[in-house]
Design a protein around this ligand. Sequence first.
Ligand code: ADP
Ligand code: ADP
Length: 239
Amino acid sequence: NNLIEIKHVSKVYDNGVVGLKDINLTVKKGEFLVIVGLSGAGKSTLLRSINRLNDISSGDILINGVSIQKSSGKKLRVMRRDLAMIFQNFNLVKRASVKRNVLSGLVGYYGIFKSTFGLWKKSDIQEAVKSLQRVNLAEKFYDRADALSGGQQQRVAIARALMQKPKIMLADEPTASLDPATSSLVMDDLKSLNENLGITVVANLHNEQLALEYATRIVGLRGGKLVFDKEASLVTEKD
Ligand code: ADP
Ligand code: ADP
């Protein structure tokens, strides 16, 4: 049940900036792992390496025992279906409906084809409504994405991510542009899909209070290095 294995991973950007230094980390199925650290610590670089939005310079990353770093083409595309991602800025198509945004999360050749031409089947629409119900936004189905609040937009992004039926949800500063009350709603949704759907969550947060509240395990990065790795209940102020 080692879902993600990060082995001796280092990353040096083309301009010589060191992003990550010899990171070793194993994530088990069902964990809610939060990565904390100051801006520039390497959190985004690490998260983006897991689904290979970033290439790493050395080391290896295994998803379910298979190296994503050494995979390419169709094999990489299929591996990425297990890995959904949400971002600080939601990345919705603002002028499109919530419906269209959520349905754009369908993956695979037919998924992309259907989304391009709007040729969804009734079962796709039902799936989209179900995903939106999981984030308690079913009543917004026909609204335009940019008519929603920031927190609601992030929850639409979660619903979209659910359409690919992921095993892992990567969340890169999902609450950084939200106020505290709204942040909790987004974190509640992530917690619910972790607990109810068994989706493993790996989230970057610079808000340590939220990390303590939601994580089962907290990892700290500083200057590209892993500086602590603890059960959430054991993390102290000093860390
Ligand atoms: P965090 O997410 O913790 O804020 P990042 O992973 O974004 O940290 O950044 C880690 C380090 O890598 C920082 O010094 C940052 O400036 C640098 N960095 C991030 N992205 C790039 C990039 N595309 N090119 C060069 N340096 C980068
Ligand atoms: P965050 O800290 O939330 O990761 P940043 O503001 O550091 O975001 O980075 C925003 C974007 O700029 C990212 O795509 C990142 O990869 C890139 N970036 C960050 N630092 C550098 C850098 N020193 N050189 C080039 N690109 C960078």
